[in-house]
Design a binder for this molecule. Structure first.
Ligand code: IMP
Length: 177
């Protein structure tokens, strides 16, 4: 086993649960009669998506899209590409993108642009954690969970080199930025 930095808790599982519940209430208010398609951005959003949709008691569909922006480690490469595309057309649909984190904004801005070109009826963004201090390109977040400090986060789906996704709390790693 290689040695790993010790994760420190930033947001507890109870805080996450309460926030996901608040987001579900907000999303229900807007989408309960709109049969939306929720598109989760892989891989980091899988846990958030699973917890969120359990609280949405109306017809909806779920898709995932894979976007890659980071190389190894915690620094963005700045180059974004779709590595796993959508399996169904989204033209005319009410699309809600589910993101784990917005950092520089490059990934999300690219993705929203990519999806907008496919002519959905509506396109909105739900983000669990936002690091506004790192933004390089403006991104409008319609549903936001937490504003977080400029620390590298892991847990609740978020990873560092594919590790720590299984932590139930959102943590930061000392020495990673
Ligand atoms: P952005 O393009 O810089 O906004 O980064 C977006 C993507 O980078 C996210 O979807 C994550 O996959 C990854 N990312 C950014 N910050 C973090 C972090 O603190 N922890 C884990 N992944 C991150």
């Amino acid at each position: 086993m290689d040695s790993q930095p010790k994760p420190q808790i930033l947001l507890t599982r109870q805080e996450i649960e309460a926030t996901v519940s608040r987001l579900a209430t907000e999303i229900t208010g807007e989408y309960h009669d709109k049969h939306p398609l929720l598109i989760g951005v892989l891989k980091g959003s899988f846990m958030f998506m699973a917890d969120l949709i359990r609280l949405l008691d109306f017809p909806l569909e779920v898709e995932f899209i894979g976007v890659s922006s980071y190389g190894k480690g915690s620094q963005t490469s700045g180059k974004v590409k779709v590595v796993q595309g959508l399996r169904s057309p989204i033209k005319g649909g009410n699309i809600l993108v589910i993101e784990d984190i917005v950092d520089t904004g490059l990934t999300t801005a690219f993705l929203l642009d990519y999806l907008r070109k496919k002519k959905p009826a509506s396109l909105k963004l739900c983000v669990l954690t936002d690091k506004p201090s790192r933004r390089q390109i403006p991104v409008t977040i319609d549903y936001l969970g937490f504003t977080v400090p400029d620390k590298f986060l892991v847990g609740y789906g978020l990873d560092l080199d594919e590790k720590f996704r299984n932590l139930p709390d959102i943590c930061f790693l000392e020495g990673e930025n």
